[in-house]
Design a protein around this ligand. Structure first.
Ligand SMILES: C[S@@+](CC[C@H](N)C(=O)[O-])C[C@H]1O[C@@H](n2cnc3c(N)ncnc32)[C@H](O)[C@@H]1O
Length: 259
């Protein structure tokens, strides 16, 4: 996979998967992805003036271990012997966000694994709703751990990627992906809700989860930068959610709530 990074443009301007990368104190930038160099070279020529930084790079294989409960990898080779019997998820290092290497995804994987492997959740098959599913990594991890998972994304290229990852892992019977806006469409019931979005979206999403706030329901919010967590905590608390875990990796926070 190759990526071209340039000044922010409306994504409708191009016909390739893209993501806006926001970093505190810096202007947002747009990354455009393609498995082939040619279309990116063409864009590079067309938009020379707008290019902020040019990275044409192949994605490297990764392996992410969530204790002894889950292994997420882009490559089934070189798996250490002690991990061969651990539930495994293969994720293509593709264009959509979510290979597990990002702190926000990593934290979600830790918490969802704990939630789904706790003795309480083994009584019924848990239903999971993954809002902003990107590559499908979180929903697929839940399915690998025995849940039924539905993943939503408002970007159709992310949903295509999630469907590819679902095929790769033969998890079709337990997962469903659809193009939908988490802030507009009616949300189905779930025992666990995952939302790795960003703070303003999370603040708009929280009041929409009123019907989901029932005993035994879990809510995992990620994509929260240090400094933003207090407002999320205040809003969630006002709406009746109780904080269970607060995790941090670098500048990123992940919050787990219960009803
Ligand atoms: C930070 S990525 C998270 C991807 C994956 N869940 C993970 O944890 O790695 C956020 C995803 O949310 C999607 N998204 C942004 N706004 C959304 C909305 N209003 N409704 C649904 N999806 C949205 C983006 O397209 C993107 O794929």
């Amino acid at each position: 996979m190759y990526a071209l990074e340039l000044n922010r443009l409306p994504s409708s301007f191009i016909n390739l998967p893209s993501a806006v990368i926001e970093t505190i104190g810096q202007a947002p930038k747009l990354q455009i992805y393609s498995p082939h160099l040619r279309p990116l070279r063409l864009l590079q020529k067309l938009h020379r003036g707008r290019i902020r930084k040019l990275i044409l790079r192949t994605s490297s294989p990764f392996q992410l271990r969530i204790g002894k409960r889950l292994l997420v990898t882009s490559d089934n080779r070189n798996i250490p012997a002690i991990y061969r019997s651990v539930p495994r998820l293969k994720i293509r290092a593709g264009p959509a966000f979510g290979t597990g290497e990002h702190a926000t995804t990593h934290l979600c994987l830790r918490y969802l694994t704990k939630f789904l492997t706790s003795p309480r959740s083994s009584r019924t098959t848990p239903k999971v709703l993954d809002l902003g599913c990107g590559s499908g990594i979180l929903a697929l991890a839940c399915a690998r751990l025995g849940a039924h998972a539905e993943g939503w994304d408002n970007d159709s290229s992310a949903i295509q990627e999630a469907q590819r990852n679902r095929q790769l892992n033969r998890l079709a019977p337990r997962t469903h992906f659809r193009v939908a806006d988490a802030l507009r469409s009616a949300l189905p019931p779930a025992h666990l809700i995952l939302a790795n979005l960003y703070d303003s979206l999370l603040l708009h999403l929280l009041p929409r989860l009123e019907k989901h706030r029932k005993a035994g329901t879990g809510l995992i919010l990620s994509g929260i930068l240090s400094g933003q967590e207090k407002q999320i905590l205040r809003t969630a608390h006002k709406l009746g959610w109780k904080l269970q875990h607060r995790g941090r990796l670098g500048r990123w926070f992940c919050l787990q709530f219960c009803a």
